[in-house]
Design a protein around this ligand. Structure first.
Ligand SMILES: Cc1cc2nc3c(=O)[nH]c(=O)nc-3n(C[C@H](O)[C@H](O)[C@H](O)COP(=O)(O)OP(=O)(O)OC[C@H]3O[C@@H](n4cnc5c(N)ncnc54)[C@H](O)[C@@H]3O)c2cc1C
Length: 142
């Protein structure tokens, strides 16, 4: 709501607010829970000059991923800077090629959470939120 381009807000926020489209938060990972900056899911620039990003890695504890049309995704784009400075935020369709959702079966038999795997998922640069390396800031308003 705070960081997308105006035309993206106009297109995406009404169906989010009405519940017509559901979003999930793709933040936590096996190596990045409380210490979010420990996350390892990588986004690297595509080598075809398209400006797209290629994402590979794994998220966990993603509430409602199996019901979501969209996901808010934080990735590592730079491994050569202090870890909290190398993060970049994107949004993506959950039915993108390369996205695999695996529900976690709880003791009560329900599956509120999921593992989400990314294998060479292509995300347009237009779906980046905030500046490259500033992804940690996008969890709160500018
Ligand atoms: C109901 C629920 C829904 C969730 N939904 C989502 C979701 O939709 N998307 C998503 O991305 N994540 C989600 N999460 C994950 C959540 O937001 C946290 O990322 C996650 O619970 C914390 O990471 P962890 O489980 O790896 O625990 P750890 O980070 O491994 O922490 C384990 C324990 O160590 C303690 N600890 C950690 N670091 C320190 C420290 N430096 N000093 C002292 N103690 C410390 C913690 O307080 C905790 O008690 C959900 C969690 C819950 C419970």
């Amino acid at each position: 709501m705070a960081w997308a381009a105006e035309e993206q807000k106009r297109a995406l926020l009404p169906p989010l607010a009405s519940g017509e489209e559901i979003w999930c938060q793709l933040f936590s990972e096996p190596a990045g829970g409380s210490d979010l900056a420990g996350l390892r899911t990588r986004a690297t620039p595509a080598d075809d000059g398209s400006g797209d990003w290629i994402v590979s890695g794994q998220k966990i504890w993603t509430s409602g991923a199996q019901h979501s049309q969209w996901g808010l995704l934080i990735t590592r784009t730079d491994v050569d800077v202090p870890k909290h400075k190398g993060l970049t935020m994107f949004f993506l369709r959950m039915d993108c090629p390369g996205v695999e959702i695996r529900p976690i079966r709880q003791a009560n038999g329900q599956s509120g959470f999921n593992e989400v795997y990314f294998t060479d998922v292509r995300i347009p640069d237009a779906q980046r939120l905030g500046a490259v390396g500033q992804g940690g800031r996008c969890r709160s308003p500018p």
